[in-house]
Design a protein around this ligand. Sequence first.
Ligand SMILES: Nc1ncnc2c1ncn2[C@@H]1O[C@H](COP(=O)(O)OP(=O)(O)OP(=O)(O)O)[C@@H](O)[C@H]1O
Ligand SMILES: [Mg+2]
Length: 361
Amino acid sequence: MAFNLFKTIQSGGTLGLDIGTSSIKIVELEKKGGRFHLTNYAIFELRNNEPSISQSSNWQSILKMPDEEIADGIKQLIKKAEIGSTDIISAIPSFSTFATVIEMPYVSNEDLARSIQFEAKKYVPIPLEEVILDWSIVGVVDGQVSKGGSPSTVEVFLAAVPKDETVRYQNIMKNSGLKLKALELENSALIRALLGNDLSPTVIVNIGGRSTSIIIVNRGYERVSHNYEIGGFEITKAIAQSLNVSLEKAEELKRKFGLKKTEENIINESMISLIDMMVFETKRTILNYEELKKEKIANVILIGGLTNMPGLGDYFKEKMGRSVVIGNPFSRIVYPNELQPIIPELSSMLAGAIGLAMREV
Ligand SMILES: Nc1ncnc2c1ncn2[C@@H]1O[C@H](COP(=O)(O)OP(=O)(O)OP(=O)(O)O)[C@@H](O)[C@H]1O
Ligand SMILES: [Mg+2]
């Protein structure tokens, strides 16, 4: 089990909690003079092959652990980091939620509320009785304004979260002794942390432990997202199998060599097809969107733990033939100088938690 944390004496900010499949991250931000200041962070990583937080079992994914064990891990993390605040904002993982932007004719808010229930059925892949549906008007379709001056077609951001997931998160927070102030979509937190007020069409590729999500964002809202169950762990596994070494050794090699083009790099071959698949899926998602919406994606942002792997960013850039940047959520917050050397590593893992702590409740 691996803990990585930073603490300061003063503590009274808002906590952002990101429970991923392979790590739990907590960030505390305090708003002073209009800017967010980092006061604490703590990361708990579930390493391959290692016992879970309570050391009673060997889970493959944090989210598959029983709620009590997750809560126990969060409590330990908060204790170790000596975090005093209890107000928390957490996220439902991208693969459990659904969000998009749809165009709807506009007459009145009441009318829209009624028609969205019908419209949502066409988009949301799970029965509506099982989800909490949330929507808001986020834009007016260009040039479509009625004679009375009100828009005739609007853009509506539509989000659906399974009810049982919501109940589960509420439970985990209660058992952790925390006050859940808001529960939001993981992707919305990432967008807040990585894009801020940047409205240009962007794709965010979040490569985590057990999953990857490709999220198309335009004018600040998620338009399309695509999840699949391949992440850093699959890559470690591929290295372990091809070199016939333990998962632990493979993880070490992955972090040390990654895709670096050197003579001594013997792991390159074993993972290249998985990385190529990530590139392929990203390209396909972008092309589909560009064709459908007749809009060019301006930026590709990589985020998630795997982004730390040496050579990954360059490989993506080369294969995508577009500008690719590694996301940096720390560019919008103030943090202690002593953290500077590890900011690249932290930023790829903490983006979600930072975005959550930045949310105004
Ligand atoms: N320096 C590094 N080099 C290579 N891989 C790394 C490095 N640091 C972390 N990783 C990988 O990142 C992955 C974890 O990323 P992250 O913390 O974003 O996942 P998560 O949020 O728990 O998962 P998910 O988003 O799938 O739920 C692991 O597979 C880990 O091996
Ligand atoms: Mg994650």
